[in-house]
Design a protein around this ligand. Sequence first.
Ligand code: GDP
Ligand code: MG
Length: 163
Amino acid sequence: MSNIVAIVGRPNVGKSTLYNRLTETRKAIVDDFSGVTRDRHYGVAEWTDRTFTVIDTGGYVARSEDVFEAAIREQVVIAIEEATVIIFMVDVTTGVTDLDDEIATLLRKGNKPVFVVVNKVDNTMLQSDATIFYSLGLGEIYNISSMTGSGTGELLDEVIKHF
Ligand code: GDP
Ligand code: MG
C-alpha cells in the first residue's frame, strides 16, 4: 500500500462526507489492518491517473470527554505514522476550536505533509470566514464543500503531487 491519505479532525466537520465522496464508486478495503482499526475506514479513491487509499477516522464512541479527545489524538498520531498525506479538516461554520488547536500542535510536530481543509464553504460568502484557519500555523488552507464537491478537485491536484 503506497499512497495513503488520512482524514483527521474533530467530529462533525465532514470527514465521512468527504471520504464517501472520494470513495463512493470504489470498493472499501477489508478492515484487517493491525493496530487500532475500529474507528478507521479504508477505501480506494482515484484522481486523474492516480489510485490511492483514503482513511476516514472517527465515529468515536467514548464514555467521557477525556476518552473522546484521547481517541482523536490517537488517530492523529497514527496518521502521522502511516499516512503519505494528512488532510486536517476543520469547519468554517464553527471557526477554530480548542481541539482544532490541539490537533494542529500535534500535526506541526509530525513530519508529514498536512493540508488544512476548511469544509462547509458552500458559497463564496463563506470564503472570507475561512481565512481564520491560517492561525493554525499549518500554511495554506483549502476551502471545500464536501456536500457539493466544490474545491475538492483543486485539493486533490495538490495532494497527489506528494505521491
Ligand atoms: P464527521 O463526523 O467529521 O465524519 O462529519 P460527517 O461527514 O458525518 O458530517 C457531519 C455533518 O456535517 C453532517 O450533517 C453533514 O451532512 C454535514 N456536512 C458535511 N459536509 C458538509 C458541507 O460541505 N457543507 C455543509 N453545509 N454541511 C456538511
Ligand atoms: Mg465520520
